[in-house]
Design a binder for this molecule. Structure first.
Ligand code: SF4
Length: 251
């Protein structure tokens, strides 16, 4: 599989797990070959299965609204899923199904080589940051095996609960700044802000003149809503645990 189009062709004929039996269409993913930004969701739902495209139902509409809020369109980003065929009744994909399908996502990531990977929800986040809840790690950039990972809650969660919607919007607003800094960082001769390769946390150096990752992604204090039950759960605002070997928390 040397191109994204070839990955899509192979996926469309794949029978490597039981999910192939119930699909109308496989949903390989879509977007430009040179996309800087890769979104990874969980798996196709009813609308995605019918159309063979990712995020085209209500959650997809919300994702498009979120992209519009940061001045982007879905034509500019690559959108993929952990599993490429719809689980029956929209159940969670099983570990064996995720394992069987991971080769396609692995290859998509290799071919795209995106600046930033935004994981949408717990399944795709667990692929890079296993063993931690999405509510603890969301909205915080990590470097995992050389990839920059930015977990966000799944847009479908934002359709169900208003406080989740606010958290998703808050995290999404950080994406343009992250891309700005990562673009600078990816330029070999850049003297711009650098992400330290060692150490547990990111601290901007005094010489940094432009926006640093810290400016972009520093967590905000929760505003008082007057209702404790409507405020984000404290766990969502806690510092996550130290990342395991192979991962680097950048702030
Ligand atoms: S979910 Fe993935 S591994 Fe399973 S049949 Fe579809 S493409 Fe193949």
């Amino acid at each position: 599989m040397d191109t994204l189009a070839e990955v899509a062709r192979v996926v469309s004929a794949c029978t490597d797990c039981q999910l192939h039996a119930g699909r109308t269409n496989a949903v390989p993913g879509e977007g430009p070959d040179a996309a800087e930004l890769l979104f990874i969701g969980e798996g196709p739902g009813f609308h995605e299965d019918r159309q063979g495209r990712p995020f085209v139902g209500p959650a997809g509409n919300f994702l498009e609204d979120l992209l519009q809020s940061i001045g982007m369109t879905r034509d500019q980003v690559y959108i993929a899923n952990m599993v490429k065929c719809r689980p029956p009744e929209n159940r969670d994909p099983s570990p064996s199904e995720i394992a069987a399908c991971s080769k396609y996502l692995d290859r998509q990531i290799e071919l795209l080589d995106p600046l930033l990977i935004v994981t949408l929800g717990r399944f795709s986040t667990a692929r890079f940051i296993p063993g931690q809840s999405i509510s603890r790690v969301r909205g915080r950039l990590r470097r995992v095996n050389g990839r920059h990972i930015f977990p966000i809650m799944h847009p479908a969660a934002g359709l169900r609960r208003q406080e989740m919607r606010a958290a998703i919007e808050e995290d999404f607003a950080k994406i343009p700044g992250l891309l700005d800094v990562l673009r600078i960082q990816s330029e070999p001769a850049s003297e711009g802000p650098q992400v330290r390769e060692t150490g547990a946390s990111f601290e901007p150096t005094p010489s940094q003149q432009s926006r640093s990752l810290w400016d972009v992604i520093a967590p905000t204090e929760p505003e008082s809503s007057g209702s404790e039950t409507e405020a984000p759960a404290p766990a969502e605002l806690d510092e996550p645990n130290d990342p395991p070997p192979g991962q680097q928390r950048l702030f």
